[in-house]
Design a binder for this molecule. Sequence first.
Ligand SMILES: [Zn+2]
Length: 242
Amino acid sequence: MQILLVSDLHYTLKQLDWVSGVAGDFDLVVLAGDHLDIASIVEPDAQIAVVLEYLSRMAAKTAVAACSGNHDLNSRNEHGELAARWLEAATAAGVLVDGTRWETDEVLVTVCPWWDGPRTRELVGEQLAADAAIVGDRQWIWVYHAPPDASPTSWTGKRHYGDEDLVGWIEQHRPSIVLCGHVHESPFKADGSWIDTIGSTTVVNAGRQIGPIPARVEIDTDARSARWSSLAGVEEQSLAGV
Ligand SMILES: [Zn+2]
């Protein structure tokens, strides 16, 4: 299975165009959050309409998973915590959004929301526990905006800016692959990286770059390889585990 990971497109239309153009070359396209740009002069509702249109175009070509990032939270969920409720509209086009899973004989993909409060964090824990019970011997892939804390994939150049709870969940559940974003600089900084290994888990964060083509990670689950492509060049590494 061929997977494309991009993240943190932040309403960069040329990069959304690029992803739409190549989506059909992959079995699964993952956009790991921060679809919107809260600093943009374009109104959030207008950004949302455009991003939903791009997501449905991609989903017409292949399987698409899109989780929320901290820039995507436009309303509150039933627990009073900030959430990207607008993403739910993408399910009409078949897009896998926060709180959903995608299954084949080969893989189980779990799409997690950005949690902005204790109740949503609890729900993520419950979601992961539920999928742990059914994953069996398939490769388990998580889509999760923030990278784990204390990892080169969450290094800003000055400090780690990752998710401590994710570290605990990775140690508890040992997924095969965690697909992240959030810390744009990690792959480009000394002591940072686009890839990390935690036990038998491979964590990747493609980072964010300027220009019409996003920084990206392509994963081949059969060859068990991951390839990062960006303005800084191309690097390839084997996935962790057996
Ligand atoms: Zn971002």
